[in-house]
Design a binder for this molecule. Structure first.
Ligand code: TXE
Length: 438
């Protein structure tokens, strides 16, 4: 395997040299921002302003962050006092690791794990989603220019069940970092676990957005429009379940419907639109199945949107008007299943206990958003929310040093900061006994 042959030299490359190469990659991505931006929007359907302001800048940030973090990554030693022994811990790169990523934030998520894996001295076999391969291809050209030696990063394209499966089951691949659907991860785990591979799984979410009457109303509203519909709602962190305190409910409902109805949906590379296209025909059909369910269920009320849009100039696109569905039963399918789309549900609540019980009654536990200006309430709620991330009066506010990931069916393990450098290294404890006699 090419990657295996490159591992010895790459893992013995100095930290500074590895750091320099990752910084070169970051520089080259920034120099080629427009090419990457256009390719990402054409491939995924996301609005070009989103590719340009979020996706591609985050790709270069991923490399730049780990170019620095790896030079600060440390390990520890333990002096066994009285026992004349000194312990120190080595954190060695694992060898060849696998990275499999999804279509929603294609290069952003692919590189979020490639960067630390390379920084830690591993060689990587990476497979982007077959639905969005373009920017991964562009990345390869950049890496070569940046001085990354051949065989260190190996991009392979193909179907999950074939190419993805081949990565997961290859005996020389020591760890699998996967971002995608919970169902797919079960399959990957069934293959990898009996082979004793390390697994990092970043999966779906059904994230609550909890709005109390004492919130900063305009900031909440502006942010909720983003947390509901950014990237057409195809972000695992989107707040797809909205719970509003009863005293604020009718005002919020009217204002939210009014603001959402004004969102403009159109071609991804036309900067005049707020939202772009749904990623594929299959995904659009999956979303429509949930909307059709709402149309026939008397406990659900479509307040706005949900209609397919046919753009005259782009008749072959998959466009959907952002949709708000008022539901009465927290256990309904629309509140329990990840739709991964521009569809949000809306429910009222009265008390903290009532909304906590509803919010935590979920198979997922990725992120929560909480809107209140009451400090005691903020502390009480954030303690009891069963999610890996809690945003208070903000959303998608990301510090790359923080542990990132979810509980329950939202994943296994944490990414970010030094957490992921620990994932991509094997700790080895060395214990030296010494004689204190002079
Ligand atoms: O993910 P998949 P998809 C959720 C969201 C979405 C659902 C499916 O609900 O609707 O997952 O999305 C590869 N062995 N999220 O279809 O199928 C596949 O080729 C090895 C949340 O994109 O899980 C792709 O590269 N690999 C998530 C990657 O897995 C396999 C973001 C993801 O594909 C494989 C995306 C197999 N057997 C989707 N089958 C998030 N948390 O951000 C597929 N793949």
């Amino acid at each position: 395997m090419v990657a295996e042959n490159s591992f010895l030299s790459w893992s013995n490359t100095s930290l500074n040299k590895r750091s320099q190469i990752l910084s070169n990659i970051a520089d080259l991505i920034e120099e080629n921002l427009d090419d990457f931006t256009l390719a990402e929007s054409i491939d995924n359907g996301k609005p070009i302003h989103l590719s340009k302001s979020i996706d591609i800048p985050r790709v270069s940030a991923n490399f730049r962050f780990y170019a620095h973090a790896v030079t600060q990554f440390y390990s520890e030693s333990h002096e066994s006092q009285g026992l004349n022994a000194l312990n120190y811990t080595l954190r060695k790169p694992m060898g060849v690791v696998g990275r499999i990523s999804p279509w929603n934030l294609p290069l952003y998520l692919l590189t979020w794990k490639i960067a630390p894996a390379l920084a830690a001295g591993n060689c990587v076999i990476a497979k982007p989603s077959e639905i969005t391969p373009m920017t991964a291809f562009l990345l390869c050209e950049i890496c070569e220019k940046a001085g990354l030696p051949k065989g260190v990063l190996n991009l392979v394209h193909g179907l999950g069940s074939e190419t993805g499966q081949a990565i997961v089951e290859h005996p020389k691949v020591k760890a699998i970092s996967f971002t995608g659907g919970t169902k797919t991860s079960e399959h990957i785990a069934r293959t990898a676990t009996p082979m004793f591979k390390k697994l990092s799984l970043e999966l779906g979410g059904k994230n609550p957005n909890i709005i109390f009457e004492d919130c900063d109303y305009e900031k909440m509203m502006t942010t909720t429009l983003k947390s509901s519909f950014a990237n057409q709602g195809q972000i695992c962190l989107c707040g797809s379940r909205i719970y509003v305190q009863k005293t604020l409910y009718n005002k919020f409902k009217n204002d939210f419907v009014n603001r959402v109805s004004k969102l403009k949906v159109g071609h991804p590379i036309d900067d005049n639109f707020d939202m772009g296209a749904i990623v594929s025909k299959a995904h659009l059909e999956k979303i429509e199945s949930y909307i059709n369910l709402a149309k026939t269920n008397h406990n659900m009320n479509i307040l706005c949107g949900g209609e397919k849009l046919i753009l005259k100039s782009y008749p072959n696109g998959y466009y959907l008007k952002p949709c708000i569905i008022e539901v009465k039963d927290n256990k309904c399918k629309l509140n329990q299943e990840e739709i991964f789309s521009p569809v949000v549900t809306l429910m009222p609540f009265e008390t903290e206990n009532e909304v906590l019980n509803m919010v935590n009654d979920s198979l997922y536990g990725l992120s929560s958003t909480l809107w209140t200006q009451n400090l005691n309430r903020c502390m009480r709620m954030s303690q009891r929310l069963e999610t890996g991330i809690v945003w208070v009066n903000t959303w998608l506010n990301r510090d790359l040093r923080t542990p990132f990931g979810g509980t329950k069916q939202s994943g296994v393990g944490r990414e970010g900061g030094f957490e992921v450098l620990r994932f991509f290294t094997e700790p080895k404890n060395v214990c030296i006994d010494y004689n204190t006699e002079f």
